[in-house]
Design a protein around this ligand. Structure first.
Ligand SMILES: *Cc1c(COP(=O)(O)O)cnc(C)c1O
Length: 369
């Protein structure tokens, strides 16, 4: 449920749609994560929510950052981040990109191919990303990144360590144990006795369904590291986490207005509720209904009935949920507020610049530090 600060903000009428974020909750999640992984280095994955106040909050708590390029690096440096705590985690680098990143003061790079590795600057701290199983993730990578373990072991000779990402919103804590096992076998094969072990992002957030607790993930990761030490694969690791979603999702509410509530005789027994934000105004992760935000109509208290939720544009794909069952009060009417909760991750930064004349999504930030 939204914090008191969020509820107080939402109680005031304002033009919609907008995203409102409470950085106090971001700080709380960071502190919980740091407590579950003592000694680990935490690098916030900036793409999940690049709002400057969010970055400032995390930098002040000592977080590092996982960045994809010059713009994200500049945002982090402006927010007070130490360049030594930045990791260029996107192995897709065009000609000259690695040198430009290094010129901004970044020394740590994740790579996954011989072609990319050859272009990394001398003296860089290199981590090699291994392809691991990402089934169980709501938004898997489907093989876009990572080298096979055999190839990764070749690439990792003489580097600082290994990395993986078990897919975003990963509901199987065992996927992290499997990832650690594979990655540390790669480190062993590459002759790295005490590797940096970057376990990526993927920690899940409660949307409409419960998810396993953070402790289950901490036990899976720590247990697999201990087993690899016992097996003699490595002497120990320097652990890195790259959380995105888990730090920011619950801190955000996306306030929309119902533009139309329609019965659709002969087409659907459900009401169709057309909102003023859809796929192109920040709800890209509703694609395939992969992420199902909790919704509420704060001004109505009537009994609920089933709905299809759709966005405002003329695009046929701009329907948020028609397979997954959603319900809103039967007295919902055009002009009513509809909130999507836990919407702080992968929303505002995904909004189009103006498809069909809608967007981008305004963002308000509370408790700014
Ligand atoms: C997007 C991304 C993350 C964050 O993933 P979440 O699932 O949001 O935690 C971490 N590391 C890398 C390399 C990423 O691309």
């Amino acid at each position: 449920m939204p914090t008191r600060a969020l509820e107080a903000f939402l109680a005031e009428p304002r033009p919609t749609p907008f995203l409102v974020l409470d950085t106090g909750l971001v700080a709380q999640r960071y502190t919980e994560l740091a407590a579950a992984f003592p000694g680990a280095e935490i690098l916030y994955a900036v793409k999940a929510c690049p709002e400057p106040e969010v970055l400032r909050t995390l930098a002040a708590l000592g977080s590092g950052f996982d960045v994809a390029g010059a713009e994200e690096i500049a945002l982090c440096l402006d927010a007070g981040a130490d360049p030594a705590r930045l990791c260029h985690g996107n192995p897709v680098r065009g000609p000259g990109a690695a040198a430009a990143v290094a010129a901004q003061g970044v020394r740590r790079f994740v790579t996954d191919s011989a072609e990319d590795l050859a272009g990394l600057p001398a003296g860089a701290e290199v981590l090699v990303r291994v392809l691991v199983a990402d089934d169980g993730a709501a938004t898997p990578f489907l093989g876009k990144f990572g080298a096979t373990p055999a190839e990764a072991a070749r690439l990792a000779r003489g580097t600082a360590g290994v990395a993986f990402h078990a897919g975003s919103q990963q509901l199987r804590s065992a996927a992290f144990a499997e990832g650690v096992r594979v990655a540390l076998r790669v480190a062993h094969a590459a002759g790295i006795a005490r590797p940096v072990l970057d376990v990526g992002g993927g920690l899940p957030v409660r949307y409409r369904a419960e998810v396993p607790p953070l402790d289950a993930y901490a036990e899976a990761i720590h247990g697999a590291v201990a087993a690899a030490v016992t097996a003699g694969d490595v002497d120990g690791v320097r652990l890195i986490l790259e959380p995105g979603r888990v730090l920011v999702a619950e801190a955000g509410v996306l306030r929309t207005t119902a533009l139309r509530v329609s019965r659709r005789p002969g087409i659907d027994h459900r009401r169709w509720v057309y909102l003023d934000a859809g796929r192109y105004q920040g709800l890209a992760e509703a694609e395939g209904e992969a992420i199902d935000y909790p919704v509420r109509a704060p001004g109505r208290s009537g009994p609920p009935g089933p709905v299809v939720l759709a966005g405002p544009t003329c695009d046929g794909d701009d329907v948020l949920y028609r397979r997954k069952p959603y319900a809103l009060p039967l007295d919902l009417a055009a002009g009513d507020a509809v909130d999507l909760l836990h919407a702080g991750a992968y929303t505002a930064s995904y909004a189009s610049v103006g498809f069909n004349g809608f967007g981008p999504l305004p963002v308000h930030v509370l408790n700014a530090t």
